[in-house]
Design a protein around this ligand. Structure first.
Ligand SMILES: [Zn+2]
Length: 595
């Protein structure tokens, strides 16, 4: 194994050149004929196809079949009552209340929440109008998302209709319960029937609601139950430090035939399995490649299950996870708003730059997309990757969607073969291959936790501005500075060692230090709940427990909310300082690495 930097770069170049389209494109074509609802027969056919390919390639794998909570939306109806009847063409969503196909009636009222401006604001609540909706059927803008449903339910509506944009109706899921429920989250599912309609139907109904006196009848038919779902995990063993591993993953289930979301991602994973297996003698760490079910109709049930079932293994040995969702779509030539945890920035940006020559911009990961490993504290890269430039989107008159590279066929019957693009797919495969390869072969994974600390510092500064005189976050400053200085020393010493072998005891120790830093710092930075639980699929600000400064700033001085917010902040600050000190112990106790 040539482990010098130049040698590794040469092998990496050969790896990218070895990436092709024969194996992945055949998968895309096969999957374009399969409606892969989680736990369905056609999804099983898709899994069998991938297993057949892995057999052909000689890649070892395990098929798990956990039982998880899955919800299939089957149908819905919606019509106005009285004169001049209007019959809309609705869909319902995963985890809507099912009326069992029986109509429920109510007065229609319009509650304005507005449309998302771009893909990053797709899951925001928006400006909510001030209307009494008690006992009414609400019609509002956008797609059925938890934040809006929770607000509408809290205000006492008996059902909600979401008027989307365009002529298509996007399928979706509406529950903030991540993966499957535990006893705590079991009661958090939607409590009212939910419908989605397209823009023309929506405009007509909003018009009638505004006029007043409009009564509607609606029904939903949703099949929600515990189902066996497939989770397929291939493993290519590392040659020198096989216990350390990189997890590369994406979802296999879909809405309809889901070509751009996510047959292209499944194809990418298969091609990665092929080339990583081909280059396995040069692989230091192991690479696990996972195809999850339960993403679309189970709110990340497959990856959530894996986070539970392999929690200790992931927490101890996983170097980083790399998520692959909706790559390889037409017109998606730009890498914009791509997520990664801060310390993974060097790998993420280099992978895009080296594989494509394009720049990449980052967006903080939303609490979505099979990032089921935030509570465990894993470093992560990518979710969506390439997307169409904003100028192309505007020129086409497209609105914001959450996948398919920005193609508005996302989550509809029209996400078919023409959404995939061979050139874009090959380019994205090379991006993922480069990222996975670097993490698995660098003597020490190129993760720089100074970047994480710097972002924590910027976040604290921003929160202090919001809090103003009301709360002092400065108590963490000294610990933040101390850890930052010790990390500087750690990375300087690491550079001086000029390590070439991942099996070198110093490299092993440094890699372990990084994993420990991730487990200590990342949960505080990215999650509210405990390590072995799952935060809701909700907005996820940095240092979420300290984002309470917004509540404090909005609260009336001296009110219960203001007082309680201060207590929350005190506790959040304690959690942060505790983590910073434990992280510093890890860095300064690293022996050989830090003298
Ligand atoms: Zn997807």
């Amino acid at each position: 194994m040539d482990t010098t930097t130049a040698g590794r770069e040469q092998i990496e170049e050969r790896l990218r050149e070895a990436c092709g389209l024969d194996t992945p494109w055949a998968l895309v074509e096969r999957f374009s004929t399969l409606v892969r609802l989680a736990g369905s027969e056609q999804e099983r056919e898709a899994v069998a196809y991938v297993m057949g390919e892995l057999d052909r390639l000689g890649v070892p794998y395990t098929l798990h079949t956990p039982v998880r909570y899955i919800s299939w939306p089957l149908g819905a109806t919606l019509r106005t009552l009285g004169g001049d009847p209007l019959v809309a063409r609705p869909k319902t969503v995963s985890f809507s209340v099912s009326t069992g196909g029986v109509e429920r009636e109510g007065d229609l009222v319009h509650l304005s929440t507005g449309y998302a401006e771009d893909a990053t604001s797709l899951f925001d609540l928006g400006e909510v109008g001030d209307v009494d909706v008690r006992g009414k059927v609400v019609i509002t803008e956008g797609i059925p998302i938890e934040t809006k449903v929770a607000e509408i339910t809290r205000r006492g509506a008996i059902a909600a209709i979401f008027a989307g944009q365009g002529t298509r109706i996007h399928e979706g899921i509406c529950s903030d319960v991540w993966g499957s429920p535990d006893l705590e989250s079991l009661r958090r599912y939607p409590a009212i029937p939910l419908l989605a309609i397209n823009e023309p139907d929506g405009q007509a109904l909003i018009e009638r609601a505004r006029r007043g006196g409009c009564r509607v009848a609606l029904s939903t038919d949703v099949d929600t139950r515990w189902r066996e779902i497939p989770v397929l995990v291939a493993e290519i063993q590392g040659a020198t430090v096989p216990d350390e591993f990189v997890l590369v993953h994406g979802h296999l289930d879909s809405w309809h035939v889901g070509v751009g979301d996510n047959a292209t991602g499944d194809a990418t994973l298969l091609e990665l399995a092929r080339v990583f297996h081909q280059f396995r003698s040069q692989l230091a760490r192991s690479i696990r490649i996972a195809w999850w079910s339960g993403h679309s109709q189970g709110r990340f049930a497959g990856s959530g299950w894996y986070a539970d079932a392999f929690a200790i293994d992931l927490a101890e040995n996983c170097v980083a996870h790399v998520n692959c969702d909706s790559p390889g779509c037409r017109w998606a030539t730009e890498y914009r708003d791509v997520p990664w945890t801060e310390e993974a920035g060097p790998v993420a940006t280099a992978a895009v730059r080296v594989a494509t020559g394009e720049p990449v911009t980052r967006a903080r990961a939303s609490r979505a997309g099979d990032w089921s490993f935030n509570n465990l504290g894993l470093s992560g890269l990518f979710m969506l990757s390439s997307s169409m430039p904003e100028s192309v989107r505007v020129e086409k008159g497209y609105y914001a969607v959450g996948g398919c590279g920005g193609n508005i066929e996302w989550h509809t019957e029209d996400d078919t073969l023409e959404i995939a693009d061979r050139d874009v797919l090959l380019r994205d495969i090379r991006v993922y291959a480069t990222a996975g390869w670097r993490l698995a072969t660098a003597p020490v994974p190129e993760l720089d936790f100074r970047l994480t600390l710097d972002e924590m510092g910027r976040t604290l500064t921003g929160y202090q501005v919001i809090a103003g005189e009301r709360f002092d976050l400065g108590r963490a400053d000294a610990d933040l500075a101390a850890l930052r200085a010790d990390l500087d020393y750690f990375y300087r010493r690491l550079d001086e060692q000029d390590l070439t072998d991942a099996a070198d005891p110093v490299a092993r120790r440094a890699s372990l230090v990084q994993r420990k830093l991730a487990r200590i710092l990342l949960p505080v930075h990215n999650a509210r709940l405990g390590r072995f639980r799952q935060d809701p699929a909700d907005v996820s600000p940095p240092l979420p427990e300290l984002e309470v400064v917004r509540r404090l700033a909005a609260a009336e001085a001296g009110s219960d909310v203001a007082q309680a917010a201060r207590i929350s902040l005190e506790r959040g600050l304690n959690r942060l300082i505790w983590a910073l000190r434990r992280a510093d112990e890890v860095v300064t106790g690293a022996g050989v690495v830090v003298a």
